[in-house]
Design a protein around this ligand. Structure first.
Ligand SMILES: Cc1ncc(COP(=O)(O)O)c(C=O)c1O
Length: 452
């Protein structure tokens, strides 16, 4: 008799270590933090709703999106606006515009058409048959095991979920009378999406990118240039690029729109990006209903700063029977100090560049979203596995979510429906994969074909 067959759906998984358990909050955009913007002010904001109220206010559909949180971008003790006075009126304009377009039929019709005909939505919900079989064989159970589905955001135009948000915000920039857009990018996907959206909407585009990332993501840099964007390089990483983009925005407020790529920054940026990405979860609900007549049991997404994960989760936050799992990058390991697992060992603060946005931090604190980590090595293995079993090369970011299946699948019940957000394609990561992950068998094949 097999005692290893575990059928408990809600069996707790090992949590990321609670050691030094602090979270990153919102952002001061590249400006010195004034005394009244101190971290202690943020920490004292404890009047936010409890988990109970998350469930009750997140009426899934048709609710005014700002209703989750306090309407001013605060989620419990996280979020808000911590910016210099010069930016306040710009942010207020943006807030008003966003409020308008979210319920404006004309804007929504234009966006829906563009998402369909330009981005290629809806993206498929794909039953990963061989991956499902792999885990079934691995657990050596007699049952069918859980079914694994991929939400194929990698198939959207420009190869990741970033396009959903970039396109919608570029439309807002145009409405606000801006002729120019600035953005910062790390992996390059947000840069490519922004460059494409700006080309389509006839907006001038400058993308700031650190030299380290430029080196790693050369194909995305070329794509941005081909799409007509100016790529402005600077010493450093994404953090430095973000600060520089924001500085440039502040210097050119009259003409320029700062297009944020994820759910961080001062209100309304986090809720705006969440709303524009929430199409992922809305489609998922419809597709699940169509495919098996129910809801998913578990949703899994990688968390960089949180936009693809919130995009998938947002629709289901009120469904307590749907388990929401976010996976952070543990890099070389949490003890190595070389990781970006801010929700595991991060800090709460008002920062130039935050790791994770306010709503994600809140959802962790309330326990509604569970967070785990995957190392570089685990992500690369998961990427290889999906490539070989399904013929899909996922982005390394998405591979972190896929890596977590190793721990998750064995404790789920037969027939459980697991959806992983395959939120980007891995073309941009091929150099990294070849350097770090290429299995020796594949190297041999490459060498042989080189000589024939
Ligand atoms: C493919 C892909 N996935 C995920 C991320 C992380 O961003 P987020 O957590 O906002 O989805 C990035 C960031 O550039 C990305 O390119």
């Amino acid at each position: 008799m097999s005692s290893t067959k575990i059928q408990l759906r809600w069996q707790p998984l090992p949590r990321v270590p609670a050691r030094n358990h602090r979270m990153i909050n919102s952002v001061v955009f590249g400006v010195p933090i004034k005394s009244h913007h101190r971290v202690s002010d943020v920490l004292s904001r404890t009047s936010g709703p409890s988990f109970g109220s998350v469930t009750s206010v997140s009426v899934r559909t048709n609710a005014r999106p700002f209703l989750r949180g306090d309407g001013n971008g605060r989620f419990g003790r996280f979020g808000g606006k911590f910016v210099p006075e010069t930016l306040m009126s710009r942010l207020r304009d943006l807030e008003e515009e966003l409020d308008f377009v979210l319920s404006d039929h004309e804007f929504q019709a234009e966006l829906t058409t563009a998402l369909r005909d330009y981005v290629g939505r809806e993206t498929p919900l794909y039953l990963a048959g061989r991956l499902t079989e792999h885990y079934r064989n691995k657990s050596r159970t007699t049952g069918d095991g859980p079914e694994i589905y991929l939400k194929r955001e990698d198939l959207g135009h420009s190869g990741s979920h970033k396009m959903n948000n970039a396109l919608a915000q570029a439309m807002i920039a145009r409405r606000l009378g801006c002729s120019r857009v600035v953005a910062a990018t790390g992996a390059g996907q947000h840069g490519v999406a922004t460059a494409a959206a700006c080309a389509k909407l006839c907006l001038e585009c400058t993308v700031f990118m650190g030299t380290t990332d430029i080196e790693k993501q050369s194909s995305n840099v070329l794509s941005m240039k081909l799409l007509g964007a100016q790529v402005s390089s600077l010493e450093g990483t994404f953090q430095d690029a973000s600060s520089e983009a924001i500085r440039n925005w502040i210097e050119n407020l009259e003409t320029t729109y700062y297009l944020s790529g994820t759910v961080v920054g001062p209100h309304p940026s986090p809720v705006m990006v969440r709303e524009f990405q929430s199409v992922i979860g809305k489609e998922t609900r419809r597709q699940a209903k169509r495919l098996w007549g129910g809801k998913p049991d578990v949703l899994v997404a990688c968390v960089g700063s949180g936009s693809n994960a919130l995009g998938l989760f947002n629709e289901f936050v009120g469904d307590e029977d749907v388990r929401l799992v976010g996976v952070k990058a543990a890099g070389l390991g949490l003890d190595s100090g070389k990781h970006s697992a801010t929700l595991a060992v991060g800090d709460v603060g008002v920062l130039e560049y935050p790791g994770v946005g306010p709503e994600k931090s809140f959802l962790k604190e309330t326990g509604r979203v569970e967070f785990y980590t995957a190392t570089d090595k685990e992500a690369i293995q998961a990427c290889m596995l999906l490539s070989r079993l399904e013929g899909i090369i996922p982005a390394l970011e998405a591979s972190h979510a896929l890596a977590f299946l190793d721990k998750l699948v064995p404790i789920l019940h037969d027939g459980a429906k697991v959806i992983v957000n395959c939120n980007g394609r891995g073309d941009k990561d091929i150099d990294t994969l070849i350097q770090r992950g290429m299995p020796s068998s594949l190297s041999r094949v490459t060498k042989m074909s080189h000589y024939t």
